[in-house]
Design a protein around this ligand. Sequence first.
Ligand SMILES: *Cc1c(COP(=O)(O)O)cnc(C)c1O
Length: 410
Amino acid sequence: MKNKKFKGISTLTLHTANKENNNSSHTTPIYATSTFTFETAEEGMERFAGTDKTKLYTRWGNPTFAAAEQTLEALEAHGLTNEKGEPLQLKALLHSSGQAAMTTLFFSNLSAGDTLISHYSLYGGSQELMQKVLVEAGVKIILIDIHNEQVLIDTIKANPSTKLIHLETPANPTLQCVDIQAICTIAKAHGIKVSVDNTVATPYLQQPFALGADFVFHSATKFLNGHGSALHGVMLGKDLEFMNKKAWKWHALMGGNSNAFDAYLLIQGMKTLEIRMERHCSNTAKVANFLAAHPAIAHVNYTGLTTHPQHAIAKKQMKQHAPLISFELKGGIEAGKKFINAVEVCTRAVSLGTVDTLVSHPASMTHMSIPKEERIKYGITDGLIRMSVGIENIEDLEADLAQALAKAAL
Ligand SMILES: *Cc1c(COP(=O)(O)O)cnc(C)c1O
């Protein structure tokens, strides 16, 4: 089944994962095992010498991980071709979390003396991984205003040791977007690789490999899983030699492997990606317009509003606007706290991309470790509220927001 070409995303996510098994299980079996047996010494030798690393030892690979990886590869490659016009082949490496996948991505591409260029307003954990861990490993980190192409070109020229440019678009929680294609063109001209954090958009809305990216990263914990039931991360690449050798080796040695139960949950979650995303997106557009028109709201960050500074870029590179918003109440942080305490349908929690609507306060939660001056410079102000809009009935959601906003104004 796995090499079939499907027209639609739901067909792909329902039928790509390998279900071959001895007991005719309809769903992908959970291979809860640390190691794999062989009948003879010769068979063991053959397996170790072969290319299939899924039946040796689970830190190196596992059939349940492989089934999830096949679906992730098919999603990011859907409808794309390589330079020769052949279907694009990708390699995905499933990890225990987004942070584990990002660690493999960075360490397999960067070593002491190299430079990593990235931009303002990144997920808090990504920025901390760069500025705490990578800096101690001798990697120079430069965060710039990457919307300005001249700033990027000047930074590259001043730092010939630049090996990787890491983008996050749309960024969590400010929803700032960067032009993937424009940056990949500049990077390519200077022999620099580009990785894109595609967590917020998902491959359903945005395919960075079509725009020139070398690597795609996901915290699959979010929309790909969709139900908030486990952590997972994935690093995907189109240089199969690099992915199967160095990236695979680094991931195996650093021990960031997933586990069979979580991989199973991811496979199950991805089956409904398309229908969930359709509902997430339509609900988000309605909620964003409702909030933008509300007298208690100072401003709403949503790529679908024409007031969003990168509305045109978002529209150009995403199939629909991503289902994440953030907003500020006119009453500032105090009103924000009252609002969060007053919601009854929305869930108070960090994370995003779950079927239910989540509200959180980035300044005191996900971005607490980023120094205040820096945070504010990036647009993560004290009163900013982030909302990951779920698939609830829209009237129930709007009624909840209306009553919570009324309480916040008291
Ligand atoms: C959550 C998140 C991460 C980190 O992923 P984990 O699965 O929590 O380790 C990275 N980038 C973005 C944009 C995220 O939202």
